[in-house]
Design a binder for this molecule. Sequence first.
Ligand code: SF4
Length: 332
Amino acid sequence: MTNSILEKIKKAGIIGRGGAGFPTAAKWEMVKKAEGSPKYVICNASEGEIGVFKDFYILDNYTEKVLKGMSLAMDYLGTKHAYININANYHKRLKHKIVPALKKFKAMGYDITIYEEDPSYIGGEETTILNAIEGKRITPRIRPPFPVEVGLFGKPTLLNNVETFYDVALVDEGKFEHKRFVSIGGKAKNQGVFHLPANVTLEQALKQTQNWPDFDFFVQVGGSASGMVLNKDQLKEHPLTGAGSIEIYPADTKPRDLLMKWFKFYSEESCGKCTPCREGSFHLYELLKKHKTIPWKEIMEIVETMEKTSFCALGRSIGVPVISYRKNVLHI
Ligand code: SF4
């Protein structure tokens, strides 16, 4: 039974749904092989980036499936210990579903604890979750060592996203169909979360969900702060896989407003641990507030420095929206 779930995951070819795209079976095997006991399983239900709300939808509609996926991971690893790291706002709204479902799994011998996290982008970073649950400062850890070997309380730890555990439950039931959840928002006329075949293009995703705008537009995929910006002609080339969210912006969106939104997010979400991100995100926001026209030269210098020298994915990701927006929409 325990080996067969791994074989099923391998056969299905599931990759992590949290954004990094690491093969799920390989991660599970690494934790299994790592020395140390007890092992831990953590479900990441942080979803701290603006514009992404698919994990909320999954937890709301398929609470028990997510827990089933976690229990399969626990069986495979030979442990009974697990946590759900959940955005506190989500837990407040979903407690009435999560608590009774947890009781059922507890009765079956699974010890799953809820950790309510103050909603933030960095709160969803793997090593930050470990620190938070251990009661330490909410900042990322140096890697290596990786959580699969030295994770929660120094023990091997399997961290997967909500959607990954949901998919594992489907794989076990023979119902997995290579579909991905995507949140569609912004100026979309039919906003919501949709479950679509992973191989559709972004253009097909918008058309199939009645969200193809009748006005000129561009989009941001993979988060409305750190995601990549694409013009509408690029949507026929880009697959939905890995997107997680699509935000639609009218073509006449003011560049300054967009940059303000991103820089405000980064300056508020920077955890302050490293200088490039702490100072860089603050200065980007201040620079924009001070200037009537966009000081692109100074902005790009800071963005490039943050990309190259920040400690974790938050600071390093700032070039993704800014550079793609300049290239794909502003054509500069
Ligand atoms: S990049 Fe930003 S969020 Fe990440 S450790 Fe540095 S200050 Fe914290």
